[in-house]
Design a protein around this ligand. Structure first.
Ligand code: F6R
Ligand code: MN
Length: 193
């Protein structure tokens, strides 16, 4: 059977939020996220300074993408902002829309922003010891609002797939920016309904 795999375990350092072994590491830099931050001038200004910062990374233990398996791993988002918008993940819907996901906060503090194609928005804070349930049909993006690395464990169906295109074209209805030194959720000025 092509999807037969043997049981295995990996060490997760709960203090540092570091997953000791993984099958794939993905590094996402600012130029990969050009279309995702709302302040395009701030993106270009940062890139023009010959700086292409790492925004986030994930350390993935993927399985065969067939029904029944679970992918899991750890995402770490660096602290920082582009203009006033905090560093964040691209965000996506699952292609297989009936695929939910669990995040477990390990380190740092942030916000999981969620929305549906019907126009609902929701958010949850994420921090060490907090479990966030992302139901089927909800797009999700994680934003680091703290001054340290935000790190969380994720678990989701390995045949979920990722639809980044809808978010690339339309964005999230709500974004998280710094106002007077504090995170604030505002309407995304460039959101397309
Ligand atoms: C998987 C999932 C997380 C994210 C990761 C990076 O479905 O939600 O593992 O993939 O936090 O975010 P994206 O995938 O939006 O670049
Ligand atoms: Mn997901």
């Amino acid at each position: 059977m092509h999807d037969f795999i043997k049981p295995y375990s990996v060490a997760l350092d709960l203090r540092t939020g570091i997953l000791k072994s993984y099958k794939k590491k993905v590094v996402v830099k600012l130029d990969d996220l050009r279309e995702f931050f709302y302040d395009k001038d701030a993106v270009e200004r940062t890139l023009c300074r010959a700086s292409n910062p790492i925004i986030y990374e994930y350390y993935d233990n993927f399985q065969p993408d067939v029904k029944g398996h679970l992918n899991f791993g750890v995402t770490t988002i660096n602290p920082g902002k582009i203009g006033s918008e905090y560093y964040m993940t691209r965000g996506h819907y699952h292609e297989e829309q009936c695929a939910s996901e669990i995040y477990v906060g390990l380190k740092g503090e942030g916000i999981v922003m969620m929305q549906t194609k019907e126009g609902l928005s929701a958010h949850s804070s994420i921090c060490r010891g907090k479990v966030v349930y992302i139901p089927s049909f909800w797009a999700h993006r994680t934003i680091n609002t703290s001054k340290e690395k935000l790190s969380f464990l994720y678990v989701y169906a390995s045949d979920a797939g990722h639809d980044y295109e809808t978010i690339r074209q339309k964005g999230f209805a709500k974004i998280v920016v710094e106002k007077q030194g504090l995170p604030k959720i505002i309407d995304n000025p460039i959101f397309i309904e």
